[in-house]
Design a protein around this ligand. Sequence first.
Ligand code: ADP
Length: 611
Amino acid sequence: MSKKTELEFQSEIKQLLHILIFSLYKDREIFLRELISNSVDALNKVQFELLQNRVEQDKELELKIDIKIDKDKNMLVIEDTGIGMTRKELIDNIGTVAHSGTMEFLKKASKKMKDGEKLDIIGKFGVGFYSVFMVAKEVKIITKSYKSNSSGYLWHSEGNEKYTIEKWDKQKRGTRIEIYLKDDAKEFLSEDKIKFIIDKHSKFVPFPIYLNGKKIEKAKPIWSQPKSSLKEEDYKDFYKYISGYDTEPLSYIHISSDAPYQFHALLYFPSSSIEFLNLLKKESGVDLYSRKVLIQKGSTDIIPEYLNFLKGIVDSEDIPLNVSRESIQNNLVVNKIKTHIVKKVIEHLNKLKEKDFEKYLKIWNNFERKFKEGVISDYTNKDKLSELLLFKSMNNREKMIDLKSYVENMKPDQKEIYYLFGENVNNIIKNPALEIFEKKGFDVLFLLDPIDEFVLDNLREYKGKKFKMAESADIKLDDKEKDSEKEDASDFIKYLKELYKDRVEDVRVSERLIKSPCAIVNPDNTPSVGVEKIMKMMNKDFEFTKKIFEINPKNSLIKSMIKLFEKDKNSEKLKELSLQLLDNQLLRAGLLKEVDESVERIYKIMEESLK
Ligand code: ADP
């Protein structure tokens, strides 16, 4: 036999091993879950290869996991008949940290170790194979790949800096992990304990598990069972199994259909978006099965991208078992099922919003961006998806409302749905554009997320009511007096136009301001300041469109300025104040370019006022 090679672990793994060996854990038992889960992956993969007729050896081997306890040797063995590993795979897969999640764990763990706290976060991360070193003083992996002409290998490590690999005689395909237990980990030599752990973490494993030769009773896959036979607990347990988290899902949906296509789907809404991010790293999303055989893990074809935060499975007898990954995408049945699922998920969310708003709000808070992505990307369902949107508004600053409730509360003479963009509620409510809406009693949606405007732009209307930016809405006070004042101000307006030159598109008397002296208004059919800011972020050379400047002749400041104008058209003071008037509004909107000039002018005005 050939020589034994000594290799060194990647430095992150050394660090990881150090933490795993030298700290105290609450959940050491999860090492078994991690190893079984690796075996399940390996079995799923070989099952798939078998279906594609790409396996030449050991074709008849039962797909299973064997666990053996050897009390004399203080040894626990976990063996599978999965794909196994080649020498290169052993080095690449076991010798390096692939997951960003593991790095995250390392950061958190080393911080906690310094703080002297007991480490309780390992269960949340599941550091995979290495968690075995919480209970092992020595580990051997004996493995043989399913690929033709592969030979067996022995990998050996005592949890220090190095490991060895040598050729090893292994007859059949698969992986055998021999764990030599630490003195304080003898509890894992108990059959009852092992059974208990399997029942707790691995009860839905889709392959038989044998313990010392006897088959362990396990739960049947729950998605294919009739809903009436399942309890709330079953659904929650299954979520824990597939997510690896000890939390409950926010909600779930179980769909079974016989015609025109047969399929089962069980989909969960994770309880937090953090979970969703971690799940992603675990190749999560929705797993696609055909007749209970996994054919695509974390399938991107059975659900649209904007629903990829869902965790679960879809199983259909109508999808052929031997489809290649490439052809799943173009498979007619897959596409029909996808359409069906999307419809059901949206319906489920809309119902939840009506029945249990609190719960819906939690889902919304986690995944609102995903829903919005849906409105923009899913043309067929955008109307239904628009029902899911929630907003704060001028009349609802604390709670969130949907478009339906906005429309129901519209005034009889109100024709459009108004919205205003801002960074937060406090900033938005100071916008003078709101004044007229307050007066008329028309509610205004507050768009606090930069993407919101794109979403509404995309929708254009809701139930026949057009979306309209409050700043450019053609909306007027219907009181008579203002007409006369308009004439009074016309010379002053001319004066301002001259003064502002090309800094604004136009200057006019406002028909909407009630208290504020002035406002800048968006010309019709131009993007709002919020959208333009995003454009500017993407392209430095982007120029903001010119705004319209409106003044309110009923405001006392403007009144005094007009008086001054009528007395002395060439007043230096009037010029300064007028320039500052525009600067103030531009400043407020974040559009002021001439900041230094403006500050200098304010100093001058301050000095004047003290004279
Ligand atoms: P993860 O399973 O999260 O990828 P692990 O550290 O547990 O991380 O495993 C690393 C890799 O080693 C796996 O992705 C897989 O490629 C390989 N591996 C682990 N256990 C087995 C096994 N029983 N059979 C085949 N390959 C395995």
